[in-house]
Design a protein around this ligand. Structure first.
Ligand code: SAM
Length: 228
C-alpha cells in the first residue's frame, strides 16, 4: 500500500530513506510494505497502543519530524479534525502538516503556537543527532534535545496534554525524568521496534499539570498607514 503524498510514501531517491531501509529487519520491511518513510512509526504506534496518547483530533507537534513516518501516521489519524506542526532541519514530503524547517533551538514556542492556532494536545519528540557510537557523547547531546523538547512542551501544552520524548539512557536520564515529573505523570516505554543494541527509550508524559504560556497576541494593525 502506498500512502501517497499526504500519508508520506517513501522518498524517491532520498538517501536517508535508503539508508534507513538498508539495515533490514521485520519493521523495516513492514515500513516499506506500508509506505512509511521510516520504521520509527512502529515505535509510536506501540507507545499509543500502551498509553493512548495520540488523539484523533486536536493540535499535535512533531519535533524532529523528518523523514516523516510519525507525522504521516498522525496526519492519517487526524484527518480534517486537527492540526500538525512539524519541526526539523528539513520538511517531510507530506501534505497536510505545517512544517518549520529550522533547528528546534531556533524556533520560539510562540511561533509554534501561532502555527497551531491554539495550545497543543500532544508534543512528540523523536529528535536525535547522528550518533557517534560513543554512548556517553551520544547521551549528552541527545539529552539536550530532550530538554529543549520538554521546554517547548511545557510552554505550549494545554493542561491535561501529553508529551512523548526519545531519550538515550545515560547519567542525565533520571534527572530528565524528574524534570518531566514536575509537569506530567510519567512512565518509560521501550517499544519492540527499538533496536536491541540501542540505549533508546521513550518518556511518556500524560495529564500535564502546569499551565502553558498565553497565546501570542494577534499581529497589531497599528502600523497600517493612516489616511490624512
Ligand atoms: C530519528 S529521526 C526522526 C524520525 C521521525 N520521527 C520519523 O518517524 O520519520 C531524528 C530527527 O531529529 C532531527 N533533529 C536532530 N537535531 C535537531 C534539532 N536541533 N532540531 C530539529 N530537529 C532535529 C534530525 O534531523 C532527524 O530528522
Amino acid at each position: 500500500m502506498s500512502r501517497g503524498k499526504r500519508g508520506g510514501g517513501p522518498r524517491k531517491g532520498g538517501s536517508r530513506t535508503k539508508k534507513s531501509y538498508a539495515r533490514g529487519d521485520r519493521f523495516t520491511q513492514q515500513a516499506r510494505d506500508e509506505g512509511y518513510a521510516a520504521r520509527s512509526v512502529y515505535k509510536l504506534q506501540e507507545i499509543d497502543r500502551r498509553a493512548q496518547v495520540v488523539p484523533r483530533s486536536g493540535n499535535i507537534v512533531d519535533l524532529g519530524c523528518f523523514p516523516g513516518s510519525w507525522s504521516a501516521w498522525v496526519l492519517e489519524r487526524l484527518g480534517k479534525n486537527g492540526k500538525l506542526v512539524g519541526v526539523d532541519f528539513e520538511a517531510p514530503e507530506l501534505e497536510g502538516g505545517h512544517w518549520i524547517a529550522e533547528s528546534v533551538f531556533d524556533v520560539a514556542p510562540e511561533t509554534i503556537l501561532e502555527a497551531l492556532g491554539g495550545h497543543a494536545d500532544l508534543v512528540l519528540s523523536d529528535m536525535a543527532q547522528k550518533t557517534t557510537g560513543i554512548s556517553g557523547a551520544d547521551h549528552f547531546q541527545q539529552i539536550e534535545l530532550a530538554r529543549r523538547a520538554l521546554e517547548v512542551a511545557v510552554a505550549i501544552g494545554r493542561p491535561g496534554s501529553a508529551f512523548v520524548c526519545k531519550v538515550f539512557e545515560g547519567p542525565e536520564a533520571q534527572d530528565f525524568q524528574r524534570e518531566c515529573q514536575a509537569h506530567y505523570k510519567c512512565r518509560r516505554i521501550r517499544p519492540e521496534a527499538v533496536r536491541q543494541n540501542s540505549r533508546e527509550w521513550f518518556l511518556v508524559g500524560t495529564d500535564k499539570k502546569t499551565a502553558p504560556m498565553p497565546m501570542p497576541e494577534p499581529a497589531s494593525d497599528s502600523e497600517a498607514p493612516t489616511e490624512s
